[in-house]
Design a protein around this ligand. Structure first.
Ligand code: ZN
Length: 145
């Protein structure tokens, strides 16, 4: 089973568990969501789904995303100054940088940061249950420019 098939199956099962009937439109939408690896917005997912199922409504996309999020299979990111973006919950833990000029979302993971966060929380008598870290960044200008 490919990664894509697994994702599609996970999403389909989650939507069924949410009590949503899997129509042909929704099946096509789930396929589009399964293929996404780039933190797309709902509007972008709608645009992609429309290629396979012309006439699919934006509200179908929003409702489906909300149901999938409630089932814990996708994460919603509310980055500053942008509509919500979505990604698969089953990816390895990582944090995000958001390029404030282009809107690009860059994934990163730093063991140093992970360790420091745990230490800081422990010093204050806590253990981390979950965290999200967002860095708002801008490309460095070339030196001497
Ligand atoms: Zn990500």
């Amino acid at each position: 089973m490919t990664k894509l098939d697994k994702r599609t199956e996970r999403l389909t099962r989650a939507l069924r568990n949410a009590g949503v009937r899997i129509t042909r439109q929704r099946a096509a939408l789930l396929h589009v969501i399964a293929q996404a690896d780039d933190h797309p917005e709902a509007v972008e997912l709608h645009r992609r789904a429309e290629i396979d199922v012309p006439g699919i409504s934006l509200s179908t996309v929003y409702r489906t995303l909300t149901a999938l999020e409630a089932q814990g299979v996708i994460h919603r990111h509310q980055f500053e100054g942008a509509p919500a973006r979505f990604e698969h919950a089953a990816t390895e833990h990582h944090d995000h940088m958001i390029d404030v000029d282009t809107g690009d979302v860059i994934e990163f993971r730093s063991d140093r940061i992970e360790r420091m966060q745990a230490e800081i929380a422990a010093e204050m008598g806590y253990e981390i249950v979950h965290h999200r870290l967002e860095l708002y960044v801008q490309k460095k200008k070339a030196d001497g420019a």
